[in-house]
Each structure stands twice: as structure tokens, then as C-alpha cells.
Design a protein around this ligand. Structure first.
Ligand code: NAD
Length: 511
């Protein structure tokens, strides 16, 4: 990424840019590292802000604020913390349009989709409002004679979240809402590409009554991330982003003794059996492939058409593409916005020629989109006759390019899904309940949709993939999120009459 050093010779235009800084100890803290980066409005193509990049010393300042706030925060009663979670939920709900507007301005997704992102994040906050029930332990009376045994779950301390550009509000909510509800204090390192949502979130949490130091934000790049991974006072790290970085985060955080969950990239397959309703499958494929310009980790990027489904499905998808409205996300008529950066747009576009050269048929070419201005737009592309050895199949393109693979049989389709190194989401479209049931059992992915193309679990289940889509053994939010942000303790308790006390060197017996 481009780095812009702050020097006295800044141009007038740069000086007018919005400045985005850290949030430490309950307020904005200007960066002191001398390093920063540009933030763009992808629909316009111009730089709109400059974001500070934290040094390890600035990360340490945030961690010390979180560490200082932890003892008092964990001592809050569950009912008091619950009341605060409800207030947070109400405030974010009230200000959802402001949050969504920032997402549209810096990420580019259309406003309705940005509102949808905030809504799904709110559901995770709502789940965290149930924290007294979620943290309930177990109690066994008279486990042995005069002995009771019970389990409790306690917060970890300071925990950190490192998040991707594609859900700048929701993915942080997946982390900080359960983490705070469990009694931890938090340091967020959002994506440097769309950092404004993190600062508004911090302001709203303070307004709701979150004590200073409980929630902190450090802006930045790899330097800030490494500062988090190596910091001795951080107990756990949650990461969501691309697979190579997820692997690095998992290995480095674990090496430094931290609990870690690292969610990576994806190549989500949608299998369409010959008996499926082709129009319904085409609607689903178009929605799931091109929504948010394909920049969703749960986007369908491969349609696997089984047997006779292929030709009518290609025709049905193709027919729908010219009707999609593409343009700035601020126009409510538009259904798809730009990509995140110019470089990413160009990289995504390069897969179209690449696929043709490797033998695919380009049914629709997104480069033909005609749109005014310098925005990072790319139209929708459909590649037919893609095979498993092509780059367009192997790579996570993360853009509005849908690959269609033709499979002869159901077994071939399942083999394709299971041989793929990723295992985030997968879907099957069919009218055959037996086939769907077999698929849900056989498919090697963490989230399965049956006639549902984007099977993002509701907040009271947990989200996460298999294989190269997840490093660590914990999925995120839901019950596994509560588990991740706490550690268990089992208490064995006895209140004997001192008169019965005696020495016994044998191993404790229960019978
Ligand atoms: P990314 O991996 O480039 O960045 C994610 C975070 O890691 C950012 O905060 C970034 O600053 C930091 N980072 C980037 N390079 C780093 C490095 N070399 N060392 C340390 N930290 C680094 O991902 P992105 O481009 O922001 O987001 C898109 C990716 O995220 C896609 O691969 C997508 O599939 C994935 N994603 C996955 C899920 C999921 O739930 N599995 C959800 C959303 C996005």
C-alpha cells in the first residue's frame, strides 16, 4: 500500500484532508509515529482522509490503557454490564445511518447494504445482551461426600481484534461485543483502508457509558499488528482477513503465548443440481456473487452446475446481468458499488483475460461497464467452462467475477468442493431433500446453505470456516465467541467439621 509521510511540505489539498487517529483511554489521540496512509472514496477515486499508523509504542499506550481499565471493568456486576450492552445496542441502532454512511464513503458498498452490515452486527450485540445466561456455569452438589463442584468462566484480560476492509463495522462488532460483555478490555486494529467506522464506534461506546480504557483503537498497518502480536499484556487475538495473513497471525500470536482465532479467505461454491429451480438458483447466484461487488468472504465465487443444469443456468444468469445497476453507493437506485482500491480493481479485472487465455469462456466482461469519473468501478463478469486448474478457480479473486464449473455428477461436484483448500461457506440448490441432507453431511466447509446462497449463521450460532479459511479451533461470535473470550475454572469445595480433619497421602477418591 502507498504510504504518505507527514512532512512540512504537505500540499494544501493534503492539509484539508480529514485526519483519522487512534482512540486510547476514552479519547482521540493523534499519531506520533510520523507514518500514515491515504483513505479514498472508491466511488470518486480521490483521497478523502489520512489515517495515522501506530508504532509499537502507541500500541503499548493503548494496551496499558486497556490493562489499567480491566480490574474495575471485570468487577462490574453482570446485571450492570448487561444494562450497558442494551444501551450500546440502542445507541448504535439510533446512529446506524451515520455508521452506514461512513461505510459507503470509505468502502464503497451501497447504502442499503451498509445498513444491512450494521444490522447483522447489531444482532451480535443483542446476543451479548444475554451475557448473564451465556456465562452461567454448572454446579454439582455432593460430587463426593460433603464436596460440591462447580465451573465458572472468567474474562482473559486485554484482548485484541484485527479486522479486514470489507466489513468495517460488523466484523469488529463480532469481536468487541462478546469480548466486552465477558468482562475483557479491548484493543481494535481496523483496516487502514476504511478506518472511520472504528472511531465513530468508539465515540458511541463512550456515549453509552463504557468506561475509559475499556475500548481502544489503534490505526495502522503491519507495524501495529506486529506490536499487538508480540505484546506480553495481550491475552488473546481475534483476526479476520485473508488466508496468508490469518496463518501468519495464528502462528505469531500462538508463538507469543496468546489464545488466537484467525479467520481467512474463501472460495465459496454453490452447487446446482439438475432438479433445482433454475430461476431461483440464478437469482441466488447473481445476488451472492455480485452483492458488495463480490467483496464478501461469504460471496459465491464458483457455481458448480451439475449435468443438465449448466446451459439453462448460464443463460439465466447472463440474462440478469445487464439489469444490475452499478454506480456510487449513495444513489439508492444502485445495487453494486465500486471496489476498494484502484489496484484491487485492476487485479480483479486481470483474471478475465487470464481465464480466457487458460480456456474459459467469457460470457460477460465487467470491463465493458461505461461509467463516468475516476471511481474504482468494474462491472460484473461471468466465466463459463472454468476448470479447477485455472487461476480464476484457484485464487480468491474477491471481486464481481463469477466462475461457472460444469460437473457431470453430484459426486464430481462434492469432490470439487472438498478438494478446494478453502472451506468457508458452501451451498446446494435442489428440490431433493435427500440429496441436500447428504450434501450437508459430506461438504467440507464450516457453513452450509440449503437453497440459501450466503449461509451466514445467526448471532446465536457461531461463524467460521474449515481448512484454510480458519486457523485455530474457535469460530467467532455465538457460543464459541463467549468460550473464546473466557477461560474456564472448576472449583471443588468442601466445608468440613475441623474435628474430622486428618492426614491422608492417598490420591483423592470420590466414592
Ligand atoms: P487482509 O488480510 O489484507 O487485512 C486484514 C487485516 O490484516 C487488516 O487489518 C490489515 O491491516 C492487516 N494486515 C494486512 N497485511 C498484513 C501483514 N502483512 N502483516 C500483518 N497484518 C497485516 O484482508 P483484507 O484485504 O482487508 O480483507 C479481505 C480478506 O478478508 C479476504 O480474503 C476475505 O475473504 C477475508 N475475510 C474473511 C472473513 C471470514 O469470516 N472468514 C470475513 C471477512 C473477510
Amino acid at each position: 500500500m502507498t504510504e504518505v509521510a507527514s512532512t512540512p511540505a504537505e500540499t494544501e489539498a493534503q492539509q484539508r484532508l480529514k485526519k483519522i487517529s487512534h482512540w486510547i483511554g476514552g479519547g482521540i489521540v493523534a499519531g506520533e509515529s510520523g507514518r500514515s496512509g491515504p483513505v479514498f472514496n472508491p466511488a470518486v477515486g480521490g483521497q478523502t482522509a489520512e489515517v495515522d499508523f501506530a508504532s509499537p509504542a502507541e500500541v503499548d499506550r493503548a494496551v496499558q490503557a486497556a490493562k489499567g481499565a480491566f480490574p474495575a471493568w471485570r468487577a462490574w456486576s453482570l446485571s450492570k454490564r448487561t444494562e450497558l450492552m442494551f444501551r450500546i445496542r440502542e445507541l448504535i441502532h439510533d446512529r446506524r445511518e451515520d455508521l452506514a454512511a461512513l461505510l459507503t464513503a470509505e468502502h464503497g458498498k451501497v447504502f442499503s447494504d451498509a445498513l444491512g452490515e450494521v444490522q447483522r452486527g447489531l444482532e451480535v450485540i443483542e446476543h451479548a445482551c444475554g451475557i448473564p445466561t451465556l456465562l452461567r456455569g454448572h454446579y454439582s452438589e455432593q460430587a463426593s461426600s460433603g464436596i460440591d463442584v462447580y465451573s465458572i468462566r472468567q474474562p482473559l484480560g486485554v484482548v485484541a481484534g484485527i479486522t479486514p476492509f470489507n466489513f468495517p463495522a460488523m466484523v469488529p462488532m463480532w469481536m468487541w461485543a462478546p469480548a466486552l460483555a465477558c468482562g475483557n478490555t479491548f484493543v481494535l486494529k481496523p483496516s487502514e483502508k476504511d478506518p472511520s467506522a472504528s472511531v465513530l464506534t468508539a465515540e458511541l461506546l463512550r456515549e453509552a457509558g463504557v468506561p475509559d480504557g475499556v475500548f481502544n483503537v489503534v490505526q495502522g498497518d503491519k507495524v501495529a499488528v506486529d506490536g499487538i502480536l508480540e505484546h506480553p499484556d495481550i491475552s488473546a487475538v481475534s483476526f479476520v482477513g485473508s488466508t496468508p495473513i490469518a496463518k501468519y497471525i495464528y502462528e505469531t500470536a500462538a508463538k507469543h503465548g496468546k489464545k488466537v482465532q484467525a479467520l481467512g479467505g474463501a472460495k465459496n461454491h454453490m452447487v446446482v443440481l439438475p432438479d433445482a429451480d433454475i430461476d431461483m438458483a440464478a437469482d441466488a447466484a447473481v445476488s451472492a456473487a455480485y452483492g458488495s461487488a463480490g467483496e464478501r468472504c461469504m460471496a459465491v465465487s464458483v457455481v458448480v452446475a451439475v449435468g443438465d443444469a449448466a446451459d439453462p443456468l448460464v443463460d439465466a444468469i447472463k440474462e440478469r446481468l445487464p439489469k444490475l445497476r452499478i454506480g456510487p453507493g449513495t444513489d439508492p437506485e444502485n445495487e453494486m458499488g465500486p471496489l476498494i482500491t484502484r489496484e484491487h480493481r485492476d487485479k480483479v479485472a486481470s483474471y478475465i483475460d487470464g481465464a480466457r487465455e487458460q480456456g474459459a469462456t467469457v460470457v460477460a466482461d465487467g470491463r465493458e461497464l461505461d461509467i463516468d469519473g475516476e471511481g474504482f468501478f468494474l462491472g460484473v463478469s461471468l466465466l463459463d467452462e472454468v476448470t479447477a486448474d485455472m487461476d480464476a478457480y484457484r485464487d480468491e479473486i474477491f471481486g464481481p467475477v463469477l466462475a461457472l464449473v460444469r460437473a457431470e455428477t453430484y459426486d464430481d461436484a462434492v469432490r470439487l468442493v472438498n478438494d478446494n483448500p478453502y472451506g468457508n461457506g458452501v451451498a446446494i440448490f435442489t428440490r431433493d431433500g435427500g440429496a441436500a441432507r447428504q450434501f450437508q453431511s459430506e461438504a467440507g466447509a464450516g457453513m452450509v446453505g440449503v437453497n440459501v446462497p450466503i449461509p451466514v449463521p445467526v448471532a446465536y450460532y457461531s461463524f467460521g470456516g474449515w481448512k484454510s479459511s480458519l486457523f485455530g479451533d474457535s469460530h467467532i461470535y455465538g457460543p464459541e465467541g463467549i468460550n473464546f473470550y473466557t477461560r474456564g475454572k472448576v472449583v471443588t469445595s468442601r466445608w468440613p467439621d475441623p474435628a474430622t480433619s486428618k492426614i491422608d497421602l492417598g490420591f483423592p477418591q470420590t466414592r
